[in-house]
Ligand binder design. Sequence first.
Ligand SMILES: C[S@@+](CC[C@H](N)C(=O)[O-])C[C@H]1O[C@@H](n2cnc3c(N)ncnc32)[C@H](O)[C@@H]1O
Length: 316
Amino acid sequence: MTGDSAAAEGVGAGTGMGDNPAGAGEGAGRSAIEHHYDVGRDFYRLWLDEWMIYSCALWDGAEGTTLEQAQQAKLGWHAEAAGAGPGSRILDIGCGWGGMLRHLLEVRNAGSAVGLTLSSDQAAVAAGVPGAEVRLEDWREHQPEGTYDGIVSIGAFEHFARSGLSSAERREVYGRFFDRCASWLPAGGRLSLQTIAWEDSGPADTPTAAFFGEDIFPESGLPRLSDVVAGFEPWYRLVAFRSDGAHYERTLASWQGRLEASRDRAIELVGRETYRRYLRYLRVSRAMFDRRVSTLYRFVLERRPAPLAGSGRAGI
Ligand SMILES: C[S@@+](CC[C@H](N)C(=O)[O-])C[C@H]1O[C@@H](n2cnc3c(N)ncnc32)[C@H](O)[C@@H]1O
């Protein structure tokens, strides 16, 4: 979808956005994102929950909890953490197909819910959520009028810095992200962030790393905990933190079961090769969470009134 056709479908488009804007080369640009997310909404619909939430769910520990319930619990947890209430103005960075925007507007009665995505297929679907403002735009280019009461970002952070960056380069990218979010929040405003991260050493230079980096999530890469903390600490107090790798293993198991159950239809939609590639990606990801190579973090961050003394960050 071009900027023009995006606008025609009620989606705001970033101005002057190239394939990979301001932070050229540091993270996933639009074509890398579309490589993954524009495989087709009908394909993803086969194996995600009804609201097409494409990130780790929040399982309450009960045996019979469904994927739908666990995804709604996750949306509720982050919305609550970000302070979403009646009339509030909330930004969702990496809004996917619009599940959180729908939760904010329908369940929380938010006054405004703004979503950013780099996928035109997602933007077109999310724009169908009544009242949502969806922008086909990189967070690096977002320039809101005024501030937000809260920000959520779920499962997008993994795309902000590609694999192969040094820890210092990675911290710089994350620092820019957290600085920008801080400039959109009042003091005391909250950012609720969810991301996959390396728990043990990542599989650098292995076939698994190449499979993820080239075939599944090009131009993307996982953070380490210390890099995330170094990025946010100058501007935020940590008010809640969860390490939920087992929740992602369970989410992936559920997705895998649904995809396998819809095998014939999936092959009809995307072909045998893509079907197999996705199944492999789900299986390998499960193994990585199971062996604790990777994990899933949820952070609730509260904006400080001023940057931490000695952090080198300028006030807003
Ligand atoms: C795994 S999906 C998660 C979607 C949604 N948050 C959910 O939980 O279903 C990642 C999302 O991040 C978005 N994204 C990745 N990099 C981005 C960037 N630089 N700016 C804005 N959105 C980005 C993608 O377009 C996609 O919507």
